[in-house]
Ligand binder design. Structure first.
Ligand SMILES: Nc1nc2c(c(=O)[nH]1)N[C@H]1C(S)=C(S)[C@@H](COP(=O)(O)O)O[C@H]1N2
Ligand SMILES: [Mo]
Length: 375
């Protein structure tokens, strides 16, 4: 069971999962911290929902693959000599890094989907840094093991092991000890089944039709107005005080500050759009949003478009600010939402108003807006 034939096949599947996770994770990182050369489109509106759903689902599917792969090689991890030649030392060090980083990455990722943070470090920064370590260690590992991988993949899964030179011809009938023994093929099939089960357990968070089978999807429909909530108003320190008649949305553009009342927002032309909230943690849900097009709001104070804007919440802190690139500011679908699924926005969903832009991570859909700055 512990031969290269099982390990290499599980390794290929694991490598595919890690590659998908790495690419989709990089995309998500770039959208949130865009380098100068990076541009992300506003359409299709569901693209981020898809890439991030894929990120979390393949990450979870990788967990059984990783455990089986470690199970098939673990005696080697403790083989002697522990140190040996310099080459062996380097190889073992790189495998240690790979194993530790991969385990860390998939399990902290899983815990993040459940918003369970029994640690002190900031998750996203660590997850991003660790992704480079994992992918680097994977590439080194593949390069070192390539001859073994190629040989193992070339051999049929359940054929007898090749004979050592000068050995006897293989016995065509299995010896009695082999009958009823777990075959490699069974190990592989069980591994695929476990990995598939893990994927099914979470995929419904991002795939509405699969919601009913996803027994592990942490948030998939609960929350006011039929939409999950990541952080409630009370968790963010937002109280009923925001319902005060003193509320203004301040628009800072063209060198002026314009306070806009809620009634004035309601009196402007309203646009309705079906747009998803797609949380970086993997869940996503579509909803019907109604409000003022950001572009139209900025036009009322004399702004002509083509600039990034900063969206500022009544909530102070990390999630209280987001930056919207110009192509999103000017998009047809980008709303300052006042209503959700036909009713006034619930306090937990960002009353008095919140940003809803297409094809964006949920974390950038700032709730409880108080100020919009054209940059
Ligand atoms: N001000 C503020 N806006 C916020 C958040 C927050 O914590 N504070 N959470 C964000 C995250 S992580 C997500 S996924 C979405 C979720 O929106 P919902 O709670 O209305 O579903 O809101 C975003 N907007
Ligand atoms: Mo989120």
């Amino acid at each position: 069971m512990r031969g290269a034939r099982v390990t290499a096949r599980v390794g290929v599947a694991l490598g595919v999962c890690f590659a998908i996770c790495f690419v989709t994770g990089l995309l998500s990182h770039w959208i949130q911290h865009p380098p100068g050369w990076f541009a992300w489109p506003t359409r299709p509106v569901w693209l981020y929902r898809f890439t991030q759903g894929l990120h979390v689902t393949t990450g979870v599917a990788a967990i059984p693959l990783l455990l089986v792969k470690l199970g098939t090689v673990y005696p080697k991890l403790f083989a002697r000599p522990r140190i040996g030649s310099p080459v062996r030392l380097i190889e073992r060090a790189s495998i240690t890094v790979l194993v530790v980083a991969a385990i860390f990455q998939v399990f902290t990722g899983l815990m993040n989907t459940a918003q369970w943070y029994p640690w002190k470090f900031f998750f996203t920064t660590t997850h991003y840094a660790m992704a480079w370590i994992v992918i680097g260690a994977v590439l080194v590992h593949i390069a070192v093991k390539l001859p073994i991988i190629r040989a193992a993949l070339g051999e049929p899964v359940d054929a007898p092991d090749p004979l050592p030179a000068g050995g006897d011809a293989p016995d065509p009938t299995p010896t009695p000890e082999h009958k009823g023994v777990l075959t490699r093929r069974t190990v592989l099939r069980s591994t695929w089944a476990l990995s598939g089960l893990a994927a099914v357990a979470v995929v419904g968070q991002s795939l509405p039709y699969a919601r009913w089978v996803s027994f592990l999807a942490p948030r998939s429909g609960d929350g006011p107005q039929g939409l999950p909530v990541n952080r409630t108003a009370s968790q963010a320190g937002i109280t009923d005080g925001v319902r005060s008649a003193d509320y203004r949305l301040t628009v800072a553009a063209a060198g002026r500050e314009t306070p806009v009342t809620l009634d004035a927002l309601r009196a402007m032309p309203q646009t309705t759009r079906d747009l998803p909230i797609a949380c970086v943690e993997g869940w996503s849900a579509s909803a019907t949003w109604t409000g003022v097009r950001l572009r139209d709001l900025l036009a009322t104070v004399g702004h002509r478009g083509g600039s990034d804007t900063r969206m500022i919440s009544l909530e102070r802190g990390l999630y209280g600010v987001s930056q919207l690139p110009a192509n999103f500011v000017d998009a047809d679908d980008t709303l300052i939402a006042l209503r959700l699924n036909g009713d006034e926005l619930d306090l937990d969903h960002g009353y008095p108003c919140r940003l809803i832009a297409p094809n964006r991570p949920g974390v950038l859909q700032t709730k409880w807006l108080t100020r919009i700055e054209v940059l």
